[in-house]
Design a protein around this ligand. Structure first.
Ligand SMILES: Nc1ncnc2c1ncn2[C@@H]1O[C@H](COP(=O)(O)OP(=O)(O)O)[C@@H](O)[C@H]1O
Ligand SMILES: [Mg+2]
Length: 238
């Protein structure tokens, strides 16, 4: 079995006295897709923020390709090969699709996909001259993805990209995410929408109050008593 691209080992994060992440561990290998699931406030975005260097973990270690990365600056972690989309997208609204992607490409160090290839992968070819602020919700989310993959990340985190999209847009997004795995890219998908997750990932890590309550195959998660209890009344299964 190949070495893990990313190893998260016993990561905890406290905000003051509040424990947002409690000894979370997981690994991800090339070409794998992992779902990160949990109710609102369970620590999903915090986990992404810690991995991507927005703040250091209070405890634990993070390794990318065997090198320790926790505590490093976000732009260095992004350049090393870990990138993410944000729960609230931040494209430059007055710039066109092309300008937004070109800007992201200007931060890339090495070789990688061309503007045309990125547009093609994210189904944005016909929108290249539109201002980002004029795109519909689905197109904006695809632009987010386009910007995130411009740095050629080998591990890509996607934070609730599906929220607010209709079923057609969700299918389109799922297909794009699957294509992004073909070249060996690992993806971690934070998502509430189970129907969407089923199309993209086979394994999940389920958090509740900052703690792992389940790790394994998605189909087994849906039958797990702890997972069911936590999601009773939540959006799982919809
Ligand atoms: N920068 C921060 N400062 C203080 N508390 C935070 C900060 N970021 C997140 N939290 C708290 O940590 C908990 C987990 O938040 P978050 O990771 O955003 O959850 P999720 O993404 O699973 O909805 C929440 O209670 C949230 O209020
Ligand atoms: Mg979140």
């Amino acid at each position: 079995m190949s070495e893990a691209e990313l190893v998260v080992d016993g990561v905890s994060k406290y905000f003051g006295g509040f424990c947002a992440l409690d000894a979370v561990s997981f690994e991800i290998r090339r070409g794998e897709a992992l779902g990160l699931v949990g109710p609102n406030g369970s620590g999903k975005t915090t986990l992404l923020n810690v991995i991507c260097g927005l703040y250091p973990p209070t405890k634990g270690q993070i390794f990318f390709r065997g090198f320790r990365i926790d505590g490093h600056k976000p732009h260095l972690i992004a350049r090393a090969g870990i990138n993410r989309t944000f729960q609230l997208a931040k494209p430059f609204k007055s710039l066109t699709v092309r300008e937004n992607i070109d800007l992201a490409l200007s931060h890339r160090k090495g070789d990688g996909a061309s503007l045309d290839e990125i547009l093609n992968l994210t189904n944005l070819t016909g929108m290249v001259g539109l201002e980002a602020g004029n795109l519909n919700a689905g197109q904006q989310k695809r632009l987010d993805l386009a910007r995130a993959i411009s740095l050629e990340p080998s591990v890509l985190f996607i934070d609730e990209l599906g929220a607010g999209l209709n079923p057609v847009e969700l299918n389109e997004l799922a297909e794009i995410l699957r294509k992004m795995q073909y070249g060996g890219r690992a993806i971690v998908v934070v998502e509430h929408l189970m129907g969407f997750l089923e199309k993209v990932v086979d394994h999940v890590l389920v958090l509740n109050a900052g703690r792992e309550i389940f790790r394994g195959e998605l189909r087994n998660a849906l039958n797990d008593q702890d997972v069911k209890r936590v999601f009773l009344g939540d959006s799982i299964g919809h």
